[in-house]
Design a protein around this ligand. Structure first.
Ligand SMILES: CC(C)(COP(=O)(O)OP(=O)(O)OC[C@H]1O[C@@H](n2cnc3c(N)ncnc32)[C@H](O)[C@@H]1OP(=O)(O)O)[C@@H](O)C(=O)NCCC(=O)NCCS
Length: 159
């Protein structure tokens, strides 16, 4: 089934579908449709969509850190529930990294998000790269107890 999935750079026309995909994919934070439209347009060069029969079934949003343009910050990774465990997230990540060619990947993950930790650990292992976890956004100090702490994950340098 995953053979029919194609990976490509998104366009503004994917923004609303992305908004709905994220909304249906807990524990992801939802963003406004406006934010998703910008992720699919201004930030399209550092994003990728997975499509099956022209339907959006997966997405990685991201951007280059302004002060460290060799670093790709991955904002969110999402695969629709019915399409999981078919390596779609891993294949999207590989395709995005081949296009952007960053030296480092940064992302944030809550400590209990096992699938996300598994995805990035698997990617680091496949690239024989170091992976580091450090405290970043704090539940009390930064989220006023309204959101779990987010650890910063650093992968690289990638060769
Ligand atoms: C995280 C997510 C994107 C993974 O998508 P996926 O397409 O199912 O992942 P893949 O099939 O590409 O798997 C990648 C690796 O992670 C592992 N993995 C995926 N889901 C897993 C799970 N539930 N438990 C343990 N490992 C898991 C796979 O075994 C694979 O490892 P391997 O290469 O060593 O075999 C998907 O579960 C999702 O959308 N979750 C909801 C949103 C979310 O939490 N996003 C991440 C935070 S930004």
């Amino acid at each position: 089934m995953s053979d029919q999935v194609v990976f490509k750079k998104p366009t503004m026309n994917d923004g609303y579908a992305l908004n709905q995909l994220v909304k249906n994919s807990p524990p992801l934070d939802t963003n406004s449709a406006y934010c998703n439209l910008l992720q699919c347009s201004h930030f399209a060069d550092t994003a990728i969509g997975a499509y099956q029969a022209d339907q959006l079934v997966g997405f990685i949003s991201g951007y280059k850190l302004v002060q460290q343009p060799d670093t790709l910050f991955i904002w969110q990774v999402v695969v629709s529930e019915k399409m999981r465990s078919q390596k779609i997230a891993k294949r999207m990540l590989e395709a995005l990294i081949s296009r952007v060619k960053p030296t480092f990947i940064h992302t944030t993950i809550t400590p209990d998000n096992t699938p996300s930790h598994a995805l990035f650990s698997s990617f680091a292992k496949a690239h024989d790269s170091a992976i580091d976890r450090q405290p970043y956004m704090d539940e009390e100090r930064h989220f006023n107890h309204e959101h779990a702490s987010e650890e910063l994950i650093i992968i690289g340098p990638l060769r």
